[in-house]
Design a protein around this ligand. Structure first.
Ligand code: 13P
Length: 212
């Protein structure tokens, strides 16, 4: 399968999982493993059902698009993440319901469950608010993602990163599941949070867990 076809397939999986709907959300993947040349990104404002692999847009890391459609309006944060984070191969942006619910409260996800460490730290941060499609949003996202594999975007949704497209999809799914659990936990009282020392232990164990 071509990289463009894999990108479209991943976008369809997100929709099938209920993590995106309509024209919400967008995805990107480097044009080749570790490529510093460019990336494939979903086109802007087009429903997935109508799309074929050659509707995906190629964009150089310099921000110049090539293709018959406009790139996603969020190409700035996709490009800026791929430039700033060489370990990242794919970027997934969704308006998944539970992540977006918390993002609308500008509420980060604290260490209420050890799996929060999967995103790379003691919490899942929520970025500052900025208008969609702007450079300001890209800067807010990069800040919230520092050292992390996922973040919430205030009044907007989430971003999940991966060492490949499948890992980025899995991260988006895990973050949405954690947001759902956190939302549910808040309905039933006050969560007991894990302390920083415990989260450090979990982070260390995850390194070993991934190696296996
Ligand atoms: P695009 O259709 O331009 O990708 O925009 C959707 C979106 O989710 C903007 O944040």
């Amino acid at each position: 399968m071509s990289t463009a076809a894999e990108l479209l397939d991943a976008a369809r999986q997100l929709e099938a999982l209920g993590l995106n709907q309509g024209t919400a959300g967008n995805l990107s993947v480097r044009s080749g493993p570790g490529s510093n040349q460019g990336f494939w990104i979903t086109p802007s404002a087009l429903p997935l059902a109508t799309l074929a692999p050659d509707d995906m847009v190629y964009m150089g890391l310099n921000g110049h698009p090539r293709g018959r459609h406009r790139p996603s309006s969020e190409w700035r944060f996709h490009r800026d993440i791929l430039v700033a984070r060489p370990e990242v191969q794919a970027v997934v942006h969704t308006h998944a319901p539970y992540a977006t619910t918390l993002a609308c409260q500008r509420r980060p996800v604290p260490a209420f469950h050890y799996m929060v460490a999967l995103a790379g730290g003691h919490d899942i941060r929520c970025s500052d608010y900025a208008t969609f499609g702007t450079q300001a949003l890209s800067e807010a996202a990069l800040e919230a993602l520092e050292g992390r594999w996922a973040c919430l975007l205030a009044n907007h949704g989430m971003i999940a990163l991966g060492g490949d497209l499948t890992a980025a999809l899995d991260m988006a799914r895990e973050v949405e599941y954690l947001c759902r659990l956190y939302h549910q936990t808040l309905q039933t009282g006050r969560p007991h949070l894990l302390d920083a020392a415990e989260m450090d232990r979990v982070l260390a164990r995850f390194v070993d867990y991934r190696r296996r």
